[in-house]
Design a protein around this ligand. Structure first.
Ligand SMILES: [Zn+2]
Ligand SMILES: [Zn+2]
Length: 177
């Protein structure tokens, strides 16, 4: 990980998640080639010719210039306006099959860790328990089917893992094609 990249509190390792990669591409906002380019979602009605550099994400200039959001505010309930803006306008989004959503804990947005399978999820039993509870609430009443789905994560479906910056707990939601 390059020490030169801006730090994103809500997405601390965008290289590991694949949202930012090394590239000689010119940034669509500052028009400089900074060596790194953003590869994930950006929602805007404007035409954007190419990717953004991490600096134009971090300082909000890309979101401001193209009147867009990196992440939909869906799911970001109960967080302050500042946090909402930091996540949607100054934080790299991530790649997902379905529209990405951001998880919340301790009335703050959680930090996105990455897309994981069962083994990585099982290393954080609290995330696995929370996912199991959420899925039961969403209508997964067949326990053996549910356990099969969870242990198969990483194959067809995956889990999006987050970590609370305040209490350190891990959380996840399932994503599938
Ligand atoms: Zn730029
Ligand atoms: Zn927390």
């Amino acid at each position: 990980m390059s020490a030169d990249l801006p730090f994103f509190r809500y997405h601390p390792d965008p290289l590991a998640s694949g949202s930012i990669r090394e590239s000689a591409e010119t940034c669509a906002c500052c028009e400089l080639s900074r060596g790194w380019v953003y590869t994930a979602t950006f929602y805007t009605a404007r035409d954007v010719s190419g990717g953004f550099c991490p600096w134009c994400i971090a300082d909000g200039s890309a979101a401001e210039r193209f009147v867009g959001d990196f992440t939909d505010s869906y799911g970001l309930d109960g967080v302050s306006e500042d946090v909402l803006h930091e996540v949607t306008r100054r934080t790299p989004g991530f790649h997902a099959w379905q529209d990405p959503r951001w998880l919340v804990h301790c009335q703050d947005a959680a930090a996105f860790v990455g897309e994981v399978g069962y083994a990585e999820l099982a290393a954080h039993p609290e995330a696995l328990d929370q996912l199991r509870t959420d899925m039961r609430l969403n209508g997964w009443h067949d326990e053996s089917r549910l356990e099969h789905f969870l242990t198969s994560l990483g194959e067809e479906a995956t889990a999006m893992l987050f970590r609370c910056n305040n209490c350190g707990v891990h959380l996840a939601y399932p994503d599938a094609s």
